[in-house]
Design a protein around this ligand. Structure first.
Ligand code: AMP
Length: 215
């Protein structure tokens, strides 16, 4: 299964993508995680992108398409993947269609959450300063995976969140228009407890996969 998770920052894409990845043994590919790791490790690409990432600006389509193409070409993604954070533009979406051509259906889930809920969620979101994992509710000060210190994301500060949501609003409609007529497109109410959202996603995936149609 080739799965794309659409939705604004804070919609729970990462959490749900992680669960799907675990239960279906598919690699979770988060472009935000890939970029944060590059910044954290001060790779040449990370040094160039740091300022834009921290300001919440989108990275250019060519760079992003190259990163995703390279990742999807690895062996573990051959039988499917869960994409979180890509595509964010129609240019990226049409590049993704070319990348998955001949690789089975592309299922697109659009997670919907009201903006005031997103602002509240992002203000309290914490990630691990070492490995970048999203903090689970029962991690109080330390990362449950590596023991690193939990920190706020630089781009989750209130002003930057407003900018990121504005960028999302601009890009979302064309992206949803691009996908919405496909039989494998589903919208999910993300303003519910995580387990309820997971159950809705499981049902949507079963239904979308049963159609087994590409585009
Ligand atoms: P995320 O973790 O998905 O919220 O992504 C964090 C940041 O990474 C974004 O605010 C962008 O600066 C950058 N980024 C991640 N994915 C993309 C993408 N598909 N296109 C452009 N920029 C991206």
């Amino acid at each position: 299964m080739n799965l794309v998770m659409l939705g604004p920052p804070g919609a729970g894409k990462g959490t749900q993508a992680e669960r799907i990845s675990r239960t279906r043994a598919l690699p979770k590919i988060s472009t935000g995680d890939i970029l944060r790791e590059a910044v954290h490790n001060r790779t040449p690409l990370g040094c160039v992108l740091k300022e834009d990432m921290e300001a919440g600006r989108l990275i250019g389509d060519d760079v992003m398409i190259g990163i995703v193409q390279e990742r999807l070409d690895r062996d573990d993604a051959v039988t499917g993947f869960v994409l979180d954070g890509f595509p964010r533009t129609v240019v990226q979406a049409s590049a993704l269609d070319r990348m998955v051509d001949g690789r089975g259906p592309l299922v697109v889930l659009d997670i919907i959450v009201p903006e005031e809920v997103l602002v509240r969620r992002l203000a309290t979101r914490r990630i691990c300063g070492e490995c970048g994992s999203n903090a689970a509710v029962d991690w109080l000060t330390e990362c449950g995976k590596c023991g690193g210190q939990l920190v706020a994301r630089v781009d989750d500060s209130v002003d930057i969140v407003r900018d990121r949501l504005a960028i999302y609003r601009r890009q979302a409609k064309p992206l949803v228009d691009y996908y919405s007529t496909r039989p494998t497109f589903r919208q999910i109410d993300g303003n519910l407890p995580p387990d309820v959202v997971t159950a809705a996603i499981d049902a949507a995936l079963a239904d979308a996969a049963a159609r087994g149609v590409h585009r």
